[in-house]
Design a protein around this ligand. Sequence first.
Ligand code: NDP
Length: 397
Amino acid sequence: MGKVLIIGAGGVGTVVATKMAGLPEVFTEIMLASRTKSKCDVIAEKIGNNRVKTAQVDADNVPELVELIKSFGPDIVVNVALPYQDLHIMDACLETGVAYLDTANYEPLDEAKYEYKWQWAYHDKFKDAGITAILGCGFDPGVTSIYTAHAAKHHFDEIQYLDIVDCNGGDHGKAFATNFNPEINIREVTQKGKYWQDGKWVETEPHEIHKPLNYPNIGDRESYLIYHEELESLVKNFPTIKRARFWMTFGQEYLTHLRVIQNIGMAGIEPIMYEGKEIVPIQFLKAVLPDPGDLGENYTGETSIGCRIKGLKDGKEKTYYIYNNCSHQAAFEETGAQGVSYTTGVPATIGAMMYLQGLWKKAGVYNVEEFNPDPFMEKLNQLGLPWVEEHDIDLEL
Ligand code: NDP
């Protein structure tokens, strides 16, 4: 059906390449390119049968990207490198007329700020060029946004209260490690909290608001209100939402380590001089922390991510909870990567499939909730992330 170029050979890239390789009727040709080609080669070799071609690319270098895209000729580029590369890859897609998909919004290197404004500013350029860009097609953002679109389409006349709840109930056995790129992860969880209430953003101190929530098959976990990027597009695309919040679980051990890391300056994103060389503390920290890609082998437990929604249906108040639980071990056995990479890589694969099948194709830059959720929801059940719905229950929130 189509050719795909995957950029980024980390945990998520591993899952995307593995899943796509298993769907030859959709992904006829696959290329995996990244900064370090040897990492692509290891993944391709494991998949076998010469299913995946590999290449070296610096995704911050637009001419280099353009050359690679022109030589391979993909129908879509799946960006699972880091958020810093988003705009460069979008520029290269515009120049070559190729569709674009990512899982995390652009973030400037020197400022930990999660806003869609930079990518949304490309809308008219993509529209005029007749190219599709699909933003935020991981789990959160991604599946949580599609869950919301599904709820709006099938279960509510008006969504009023949205709480996205993200629990990692897994145990990787390390004193401290992050489940995806440490630099991006630490930048995300140490920023101030923010939620939407009655038409405006309310800011909180980091981890100021928290409460225990009960997660299916996991139990009670302390959950912290943090800002997460899908809130921005969801309140825009579902304007009936009065309040939108995002909750993530953290263990005490993780928070203690995080506090120490911050207090000693290791989470800093400003360069400092060390022995005559400029280094960025958080990038140095990344180099000494466990590689998230190596956590899979002994990872036990499950993730549980979903949306708890309250609103109106046929004039009556209704509550609704939709979620997926994903086992780290099952993810590792299938793809060699842990659950967080799996829950991100599977939706990216399905998003690219939606595009190639012509089901999610419109010129411009769109967040995933702006497409028809139905075919995507069906594929989630078939490709390893089945969802569960509960109606008229106590949402705890
Ligand atoms: P990793 O750090 O494991 O992998 C990132 C990959 O990108 C590495 O292979 C890295 O290369 C490559 N890369 C970095 N910079 C460049 C560059 N300039 N040119 C080419 N390649 C580059 O990250 P993850 O796999 O954990 O995460 C991938 C993406 O998924 C991130 O953007 C993350 O924010 C997002 N994500 C989204 C989630 C969601 O639910 N929406 C959840 C989790 C992650 P090298 O190996 O040389 O370092």
